[in-house]
Design a protein around this ligand. Structure first.
Ligand code: MRU
Length: 347
């Protein structure tokens, strides 16, 4: 996969592969300001929990640059803090956004003596480190999860939790990639994932480019495919995992988990530890993003619902921990009871 998140020293900008136009057009979106970063997050130029965390880390650096460009500012610390808050709250469900901004902020708090210029240098290095570590984390998720996949398995996934949703390699797609690297014959069913079509457009794009066999299925084909024995495992990503193991992921994931239970198919969640939020006790407390109706009323520029008819566009749902066979992290596969396993991780 092309590196879809790139810092350009030449332009002093973050350059993102614009995921709105995939798979038919590869266009790049240039972020030089906090406004650009927030726009990229909100309209989903970049999406997927770890990828938005990495973007937010570079966003903190760009925020410091922006503040440094106004030497007349009396209170640069307050101005910078306000910009960080803007980035952290651009999307509500994926905890990685807040996680990355808190991490950057924490490093600054430890070094109050830094001048603004010194902070810029320090934060750029830190953002690059978060970026590199995310790829290493995904590879570790792959190594931990590959043993759950048998030679000949077809794995269903929902949304895109692949290279495009992380700095590279993916979370849900990581065990699949690792199993393929081990020589296993693995097929993937990518649920199309209405309304933004992350499965049809993005998961299919990256797996096909990387030579991993993938078939796209309509979201409403899931029960039939499972009933026909065409699915051996389900692996999905997560945007936030509560302290009890309840996992928020793209809308429709909960339904897939219920069907997997009906048909006795193991259902796994793959995510980095940074997606686990020990401050959220259970899934009922995870904020669910409610996005613009236009994503449902239109496909591209074509209107598909009558004028004046309202729609639902909740972007995520929460799968209760009881439906989850295991949570694949870079630190190994967590099993129920998740509250205990997660508490141990954060001790
Ligand atoms: O709205 P999106 O596309 O940001 O939602 C993404 C998902 O739901 C992913 O499955 C999740 O973030 C995991 S990404 C490794």
């Amino acid at each position: 996969m092309t590196e879809h998140i790139q810092y350009s020293p030449e332009h002093d900008a973050l350059i993102l592969l614009d995921q709105r136009y995939l798979p038919t057009r590869e266009e790049w979106f240039v972020c030089k300001t906090v406004k650009d970063i927030c726009e990229a997050l909100v309209v989903m130029v970049v999406r997927g929990a770890p990828a938005i965390g990495v973007t937010a880390a570079y966003g903190c650096y760009l925020a410091a640059r922006e503040v440094a460009a106004k030497p007349s500012l009396d209170d640069w610390k307050a101005a910078l803090s306000a910009k960080l808050e803007q980035i952290a709250t651009a999307r509500p469900t994926a905890v990685n956004l807040r996680w990355a901004v808190r991490l950057m902020r924490g490093e600054w708090d430890k070094r109050p003596e830094l001048s603004l210029d010194e902070l810029c240098v320090f934060w750029l290095a830190k953002a690059k480190q978060i970026h590199a570590e995310d790829i290493a984390t995904c590879r570790a998720i792959g190594a931990a999860g590959a043993r759950l996949i048998a030679d000949g398995d077809t794995v269903m996934t929902h949304c895109n939790a692949g290279a495009l949703a992380t700095a590279g390699y993916g979370t849900a797609l990581a065990p699949i990639r690792a199993a393929v690297e081990q020589g296993k014959n693995v097929h993937v069913i990518a649920n199309e994932t209405r309304p933004f079509l992350q499965g049809a457009r993005l998961t299919a794009y990256e797996l096909h480019r990387d030579g991993i066999p993938v078939k796209v299925a309509c979201d409403n084909a899931c029960a039939l495919l499972m009933q026909r024995g065409l699915v051996q495992k389900v692996i999905v990503g997560a945007d936030r995992i509560a302290a009890n193991g309840d996992a928020a992921n793209k809308i429709g994931t909960f339904g897939v988990a219920l069907l997997a239970r009906e048909f006795g198919i193991p259902f796994y969640v793959a995510a980095p530890v940074s997606t686990i939020d020990p401050e959220t006790a259970d899934g009922s407390l995870i904020p669910i993003e409610d996005r613009t109706p236009r994503e449902v009323t239109h496909i591209g520029n074509t209107q598909i619902t009558p004028d004046g008819v309202d729609v639902f566009n909740f972007a995520f749902d929460v799968t209760p921990n009881r439906l989850i066979h295991g949570i694949i992290t870079e630190q190994g596969v967590l099993a129920a009871p998740y509250a205990e396993e997660i508490a141990k991780l954060f001790k």
